[in-house]
Design a protein around this ligand. Structure first.
Ligand code: ADP
Length: 229
């Protein structure tokens, strides 16, 4: 699903920063992987490359058969719409839209018919256990429920790759554990490839594999004992 070959990413500025200093990595379809590392180790940069939000300075980033380094901005935009979905620490729901409307948003952007959208949204909300909350505003939900709504929005497009940036960062440990269990279920039942950037050891334990970054390099890459399925 994902293949990185000699990926280097530098940011120009007063002094050049090497955010990624030569990453080689392969992640297979259906894997659930955690990425950990100290602040500044390159985690966000790596996630942005995997999601086609940015391109490497050199090297290859191949996701679902597409070499993103060689794609135009338009090509990457198409790739993002068809292949990737995101969840974030702060949920990123539109505050003025009801939960159903938030979940429907990516399908509206794709120009799908209203009746199909309704069906898909209902199914996604059922899958995350939020069907009773569809007509509420995000403000009226708890943190755990907001993250469920964000996960429903991520599921609704059936993207094969789900990228999660600190998905449990704003939640207490019980709510965090529920979200992790939900992500595990999605991984198991849908075969969605999931990559989670996290500081949360519980999140890493929920994954089958843990990749550690330090100074823009892979410092460790191992199976998690008892993690994943
Ligand atoms: P992490 O997510 O692990 O905290 P980042 O990927 O955000 O690490 O950052 C890696 C390095 O790249 C850091 O030194 C950071 O300051 C630098 N960096 C990240 N984004 C930019 C940017 N847009 N411009 C300049 N430097 C950046």
């Amino acid at each position: 699903m994902l293949k990185l070959h000699d990926v280097i990413k530098t940011y120009a500025g007063k002094s050049e920063v090497k955010a990624l200093a030569g990453i080689n990595l392969a992640i297979g379809t259906g894997e659930m992987v955690a990425i950990m590392g100290p602040s500044g180790s390159g985690k966000s940069t790596l996630l942005n490359l995997l999601g086609g939000l940015d391109v490497p300075t050199s090297g290859q980033v191949i996701v679902a058969g597409t070499d993103l380094a060689g794609e135009s901005e338009k090509g990457r935009s198409l790739f993002r719409r068809s292949t990737v979905s995101y969840i974030f620490q702060a949920y990123h729901l539109m505050p003025t839209l009801k939960v159903r409307q938030n979940v429907a948003l990516p399908l509206h952007l794709a120009g799908m018919a209203a009746t199909v959208i309704e069906e898909k949204v209902t199914r996604a909300l059922q899958d995350v256990g939020l069907e009773a909350r569809g007509n509420h505003l995000p403000d009226e939900l708890s943190g755990g429920e907001r993250q469920r709504a964000a996960i429903a929005r991520a599921l609704v497009t059936d993207a094969p790759l789900l990228l999660a940036d600190e998905p449990t960062g704003n939640l207490d440990s019980a709510r965090g554990a529920e979200i992790l269990e939900l992500l595990r279920t999605i991984n198991r039942e849908r075969g969605t490839t999931i990559v989670i950037v996290t500081h949360d050891h519980n999140a890493a334990s929920a994954c089958a594999r843990l990749i550690r970054l330090r100074d823009g390099r892979v410092e460790g890459d191992s199976a998690v004992a008892g993690g994943g399925v």
